[in-house]
Design a protein around this ligand. Structure first.
Ligand code: TYD
Length: 214
């Protein structure tokens, strides 16, 4: 059986990643693969309820981090693991790197605690003990925070994260850079400060370079 593929999409708000998730899904479908398109926080009825709370209700950083990981655990158990077991391609708009970037670097929450939560939540039956479920590839849409802010301005009513000042997104961007540096084999940096078609080709190129699309 074809092995499953787990690919995540990351970047600060306004990086423009979401349309590229759809484009890549189409490319995999055209190649005959079954694709599950999903997102975090969210992806299951329970996790979508947790998303609505996390994005809108005021709370302290630990509560926020716990909600993100609670949603993630449900999403892994109900959607991601079953799809990977069926040999499908899982394309997930954000995953744990977002927690390290937003709750860790952005909010200043303890990275050691986040790492412990990551170990608990991403220990799953299908991976050997001591290893964690991690994406095989993370497409990191990197864009200067000021450019992202300009793209978001006036787009719609901002949620708790989108309403943050530029300095917050500078820290989040730094958090992503740190995660990428710690795991360069998993990350592909996409220069998202380019015309949309060029960004699409960069994302496609990163997947092709791994031999997953012709
Ligand atoms: P986003 O993925 O940007 O969706 P949309 O395009 O519909 O706004 O929104 C999710 C928000 O949640 C985003 O601001 C980042 C934040 N987030 C965290 O703070 N921590 C996390 O672990 C995840 C997955 C997301």
């Amino acid at each position: 059986m074809t092995p499953g593929l787990f690919i995540t999409f990351e970047g600060i708000d306004g990086a423009g990643k979401s349309s590229h998730v759809d484009a890549l899904a189409q490319a995999f479908r055209d190649a005959g693969r079954a694709v599950v398109l999903t997102r975090e926080p969210g992806g299951t009825p329970l996790a979508e309820q947790l998303r609505a709370l996390a994005l809108n209700a005021p709370m302290d950083p630990l509560t926020e981090a716990l909600l993100m990981f609670a949603a993630r655990r449900d999403h892994l158990a109900q959607v991601i693991e079953p799809a990977l077991a069926r040999g499908e391609v899982v394309l997930c708009d954000r995953f744990t790197d977002a927690t390290f970037a937003y709750q860790g670097a952005g909010r200043g929450f303890d990275a050691g605690v986040l790492g412990q939560l990551e170990r608990w939540v991403q220990s799953v039956d299908a991976v050997p003990p001591g290893e964690l479920r991690q994406p095989q590839l993370t497409l990191w849409f990197d864009v200067p925070p000021a450019v992202a802010a300009a793209r978001l301005a006036g787009a719609r009513a901002p949620d708790r994260f989108e309403a943050q000042p530029l300095a917050f997104f500078e820290r989040v961007a730094g958090g992503y850079a740190q995660r990428a540096k710690a795991d360069p084999g998993r990350f592909a940096r996409i220069d998202a400060d380019r015309p949309r078609e060029e960004v699409r080709l960069q994302a496609l190129g990163a997947v092709r370079a791994r031999g997953w699309l012709a």
